[in-house]
Design a binder for this molecule. Structure first.
Ligand code: SF4
Ligand code: SF4
Ligand code: SF4
Length: 577
């Protein structure tokens, strides 16, 4: 039990545990101290000086994001000295910032722009050098524009501390110092996994996804193309945020209606191929156990995690499930079964995947994801890109009636829905594996693998056997779990890994929430709750009970993991070390 500290902030008494910073304590008094470089649990370096406050009886200002509370302390957050200091700091930041606000991807939710407005900033009071940096678009996932970077280092901490990838850092010295890849070689030549966590950490428009919006508009207006969309499980849980709706609002029906209004398109439900992935993966796990193949088996539905293994742990490639991700399975189903059934030349079917993820943009381009030179998925767009298309088309999203996914790929189980949250793939797989191994096992909810903690472990008794499993999200946590497995400290049968902390609900392609949301609310948990509610409300909660999945095996794939299913739904990996 931590000692409690009593202090006053702007004369309001506050009592908080020892070790709390002034910035966090102020929130208790309903005061939000502005900040730019601070991001809870990620970047606490006190460098931008926007969060300065005065302490009664002491000279000078202190950075509230790193300064711990003290007994009897009296804090003043809004004095003329504090306001003047913050204003000058923001003006100095703006003096070297390329103020291309009109066309900036963060034009409507830039944290620097908001602070400038709040503090009545004259953007040209100081004239600094504005160095010109080349835009780094060397990966299909992430674009870096240093001309807008304010050196807050949120992205660097995210990449290094949270993800332990280390693809970016501060390089050069003095006035030349800037954030970039080592020796400015471009992200594409580094071990960047494309997770996009640096994007959602950035307060300004200095990092963004490689946009494919123009490709989609072009396909929609091409009369020779039949365009189909499918949406990943977590999109319905987050898209509403782009239209000012509260975090945790399920907008599935409006999302479907909006996409249909973009053009003559069909919209399918990717939760269905999350179910298909589970059926294939659960059968693969059982087969691995029976035939002494490498264990633990690691999940393979996250392309950021796959690249992390390929770059850092190629010796574990044999432990990765060979199942394609739900995105790639859907593409394969559409370009094979669906094209045959509807007499469409696969070249004329244009498949658009709407995903929470920037790494999936790379996944679509992997050579393993092409069948006779035709990609399974033509293009992957993020939640943010879809929202920009909807806004660009002048659609009044909030007012839309609910639409329904198109047949034959509309039906999915609750197990497919929870794929978007950390632990969801594991829970869905356990539901099916338990049923296959022990036909009488009716267990549906595996609560120990739920929640937003970075590493979760559980042991379940299935068909008389103890099954040890682990779930981790965030690549730094994946590294810890791998270290424990390699040292022999832990032994698991099955491990789920998602590159993004909290899973896809917090993916690099999701709506960017400002620090005032990320620092003070449980964003990941609120978004995940939408998926668990969908699961609970669904009559079907086990992937193998999905009638469309049964139909696909009956009509086309025959048996999980066999012949046609294996050639179309499974893949291989490469060492990139
Ligand atoms: S995309 Fe991920 S791995 Fe690449 S630089 Fe950003 S945080 Fe690092
Ligand atoms: S790119 Fe964005 S997050 Fe990274 S240092 Fe620059 S402003 Fe900060
Ligand atoms: S956790 Fe989800 S959003 Fe993040 S990289 Fe993996 S698949 Fe993409």
């Amino acid at each position: 039990m931590k000692k409690m500290i009593n202090l006053k902030i702007n004369n309001i008494p506050v009592c908080v545990p020892e070790g709390t910073t002034i910035l966090q304590a102020a929130k208790k008094a309903n005061i939000e101290i502005p900040s730019l470089c601070y991001l809870r649990d990620i970047n606490c370096i006190g460098s931008c000086r926007v969060c300065v406050v005065e302490l009664k009886g002491r000279r000078g200002l202190v950075a509230s994001c790193v300064y711990p509370v003290e007994e009897g302390m009296e804090v003043l957050t809004n004095t003329p000295t504090v306001r003047a200091s913050r204003k000058t700091t923001i003006e100095l930041i703006l003096s070297t910032h390329h103020k291309k606000c009109l066309s900036c991807v963060r034009g409507n939710n830039c944290e620097l722009q908001k602070l400038s407005y709040d503090y009545g900033i004259d953007e040209d009071r100081f004239k600094g050098d504005e160095p010109i940096y080349e835009i780094d678009d060397s990966t299909p996932c992430v674009v870096r524009d240093n001309n807008k970077c304010i050196n807050c280092l949120r992205c660097v901490s995210t990449c290094n501390k949270v993800q332990t990838v280390g693809a970016i850092g501060q390089i050069r010295r003095g006035f030349d110092v800037h954030v970039g890849s080592p020796f400015d070689i471009g992200l594409g030549a580094t071990s960047c996994v494309g997770c996009g966590q640096c994007i959602v950490s950035c307060p300004v428009g200095a990092i963004y996804e490689h946009s494919n919006i123009d490709d989609v508009w072009k396909a929609i207006s091409d009369p020779s193309k039949r365009v189909v969309f499918f949406t990943a499980p977590s999109i319905a849980a987050t898209l509403g945020e782009c239209f000012g709706m509260p975090v945790g609002t399920n907008v599935e029906g409006k999302m479907v209606t909006a996409i249909k209004m973009l053009g003559d398109t069909e919209v399918f439900n990717m939760n269905l191929t999350a179910d298909l992935t589970i059926v294939e993966e659960a059968n693969e796990l059982i087969e691995r156990i029976k035939s002494n193949q490498p264990l633990p088996m690691f999940t393979s539905c996250c392309p950021g995690w796959i690249r992390f293994v390929e770059h850092n742990y190629p010796e574990l490639i044999g432990n990765l499930s060979t199942c394609k991700s739900p995105q790639q399975m859907f593409g394969a189903v559409l370009k094979s079964y669906y094209c045959q059934k509807n007499n469409i030349d696969p070249k004329d079917l244009y498949v658009v995947s709407v995903i929470p993820c920037t790494a999936k943009k790379f996944e679509t381009s992997r050579e393993e994801m092409f069948n006779r030179e035709i990609p399974d998925v033509d293009v992957a767009i993020t939640t943010r890109e879809l929202s920009r298309m909807i806004k660009g088309a002048g659609i009044s999203f909030k007012d839309l009636p609910d639409g329904e996914f198109d047949n034959p790929f509309s039906e999915a189980t609750g197990a497919g829905a929870i794929f978007g949250a950390t632990g969801g793939v594991m829970e869905a797989a356990l539901r099916t594996a338990a049923n296959i191994l022990d036909g009488t096992n009716e267990k549906v909810e595996f609560m120990d693998v739920r929640g937003t903690e970075g590493i979760k472990e559980a042991t379940y008794k299935i068909a008389g056997n103890e099954i040890d499993v682990a779930v981790c999200s965030g690549l730094g946590n994946a590294r810890k779990v791998i270290d424990m497995i390699k040292s022999g400290e832990k032994k698991y049968l099955f491990v789920e890994v998602m590159a993004c902390p909290g899973g896809c609900v917090n993916g690099g392609g999701q709506p960017v929430q400002s620090d005032s949301v990320r620092n003070y609310s449980e964003l990941k948990a609120k978004r995940a709750s939408v998926l668990y509610t969908s699961d609970k409300e669904n009559e079907l909660r086990k992937s193998h009970e999905n009638p469309t999945i049964k139909m696909l095996y009956d009509e086309y794939f025959e048996n999980p993991g066999k012949a046609k299913a294996h050639s179309l739904l499974h893949t291989t990996y490469v060492s990139r070390k």
